[in-house]
Design a protein. Sequence first.
Length: 307
Amino acid sequence: MSTTSFGEQAIAALENQVDATEQIPRRRVKRKTWQTVIWFVVLLAITAIVLYPLVWLFLSTFKPNSEFGSNPGLIPNNPTLDNYVKVSEGIAGVPMWRFFLNSFIIAAGSVIGVVLSSALAAYAFARIQFKGLGILFAAMIGTLLLPFHVLIIPQYILFNNLGLVDTFIPLLLPKFLATEAFFVFLLVQFIRQMPRDMDEAARIDGAGHVRIFWSIILPLIKPALITCSIFAFIWAWNDFLGPLLYLTSPENYPLPIALRLYNDQTSSSDYGATATASFIALLPVLAFFLVFQRFLVDGVATQGLKG
């Protein structure tokens, strides 16, 4: 038998097998109509519950201050833009853009400090063997059990003696010292999942810890760094207690403290301006999350991967 005839027979057999496969009826899984309707209603209800506070806040920005006690519904009776005008003018002699700038400085500085310091500390815990490693790592994890309120008094006394009260330094300096144990622990677990073969190969080529960290580890933990950045930004942007303790001048207030100025217990409160300022303050956090949400999903998904 020639090679050509053998090839023709093989092709013919393959075609017959394909035809036989196509003749086998495929079983289609049909979902009943009532099941689809139930799932749709349930998902719609969950979506409405989640989005209701945001919709209420947005529509409340158009309510006059007098309707907040008399109109509990979503739709304002007399829509107005006066709340946006009041918020744009600022409060306590400080324009609104100043509060936004202060919040952005604190949030951006916190992100930079958390990412840099936590990544360096995590690399040391995950890749460098030294005496007392287990004790130091356990002590770091133990700081998660300490509430922030326990550290308020000694920290305030320290920064007050240094003359740093009413500045952003008490809010930013701890971020650059790897004091956020949650982020350090997250990055340590991420780095430990990576194989050490890359490190050993780099050491053979003459690379030290700095080169290995910068050229190998740092690019590979990008999803985890983005995850830390998102949480650090949101926590710093919404922080109220820290700025309340260390900042005393209105021109240094971030947005959470500025919102308090619209509700003074000794005088009438402007609920319309409060709702408007709250909604505007929410937009940067929402935009930041929407831009980096896919990196957050990648960071969570890759936690289950082993190198």
